[in-house]
Design a protein around this ligand. Structure first.
Ligand code: PEP
Length: 246
C-alpha cells in the first residue's frame, strides 16, 4: 500500500505574513494520515524551513537548475536547495515548459541534478487540450516521462511523477477520476517496464483539485495523492484535501 502524498505548489504567490499564517495553520492541523509538503518560492525557503522544522511536514522548491554551479544568473542549484532542507523540487511544471521553453531533456537533467543532491524531483508531465483532442495524450506523456527515465537510469525509481493535464491547471476544469486513472495506469506501466521500484512509486494528480473532488480522485488505484496549486493557498481547502488523502 503506497502512502499518499499531497504537495502544495504555491507558484508565485505569498508574502511573509500570509505565509506565516498559512504554515502555522498547516502545522496546527496535523496529523493528516498522509505525507504533506509545500513547494514555495525560493526566497521563502528559509522561513518555511523554520516554520516546519520539528513537524512531519516537508518543503521544497518549484524548480531547480540542471547545473551544479557557475555563471547561470537567476538559477538556483540543487545543492543550494539541499542546504535549505528541501525534500522536493518540482521540475517540468507546464508553466515552466510553456513560459520558459523547457524541453524534455532539460527537465530530465534538472531531475538528475536534484537527485544528485538528495532532493526528490517531482516530475510533471501532461498534455495540452489540443494534444488531448488530437488523441495524442498517451504519446505526449510517454515521451515526457521517457526522457526522465533514460536520464535517471537506475535511479528512476526515486522520483515522484505528477500527471497534470495542462487544460486542467488553474482552469477549474478537473480531469474526471476515470480520465486521470487511465493516464496514471499508462504511466505506471511505463515505470514498471523501467524500474523494479515502480509499484512503490508515487504518481500524483494535479489540475484543479479541490476539497470536493479530492477524495474521488485519490480513491483511484494509481493516484497516490495530489499536486495542488490554487487550493494550496487557502489553509482550510488545503487541509481538507490532505484529509481526503489520509
Ligand atoms: C499546479 O500548479 O500544479 C496546479 C495543479 O494548479 P491548480 O491546482 O490551481 O490547477
Amino acid at each position: 500500500m503506497r502512502r499518499k502524498l499531497v504537495v502544495g505548489n504555491w507558484k508565485m504567490h505569498g508574502s511573509r505574513p500570509v505565509n506565516a499564517q498559512l504554515l502555522s495553520a498547516l502545522v496546527g492541523a496535523r496529523p493528516y494520515g498522509c505525507d504533506v509538503a509545500v513547494c514555495v518560492p525560493f526566497p521563502y525557503l528559509s522561513e518555511t524551513a523554520v516554520a516546519l522544522t520539528g513537524s512531519d511536514l516537508r518543503w521544497g522548491s518549484q524548480d531547480c537548475s540542471a547545473h551544479e554551479q557557475g555563471a547561470f544568473t537567476g538559477e538556483v542549484s540543487a545543492g543550494m536547495l539541499a542546504e535549505f532542507g528541501c525534500r522536493y523540487a518540482i521540475v517540468g511544471h507546464s508553466e515552466r515548459r510553456q513560459f520558459h521553453q523547457e524541453g524534455d531533456q532539460l527537465v530530465a537533467d534538472k531531475a538528475k541534478a536534484a537527485l544528485g543532491k538528495g532532493v526528490t524531483p517531482i516530475v510533471c508531465v501532461g498534455e495540452t487540450l489540443a494534444q488531448r483532442e488530437a488523441g495524442d495524450t498517451e504519446a505526449v506523456v510517454k515521451r515526457q516521462l521517457s526522457a526522465v527515465i533514460h536520464t535517471l537510469a537506475h535511479c528512476a525509481g526515486e522520483m515522484v511523477v505528477a500527471y497534470e493535464p495542462v487544460w486542467a491547471i488553474g482552469t477549474g476544469r478537473t480531469a474526471t477520476p476515470e480520465q486521470a486513472q487511465a493516464v496514471h495506469a499508462l504511466l505506471r506501466a511505463q515505470l514498471l517496464a523501467a524500474t523494479p521500484r515502480a509499484s512503490e512509486m508515487k504518481i500524483l494528480y494535479g489540475g484543479s483539485v479541490k476539497p470536493d473532488n479530492a477524495a474521488t480522485l485519490f480513491s483511484q488505484v494509481d493516484i497516490d495523492g495530489g499536486l495542488i496549486g490554487g487550493a494550496s493557498l487557502k489553509a482550510a481547502d488545503f487541509i481538507a484535501i490532505c484529509r481526503a488523502a489520509g
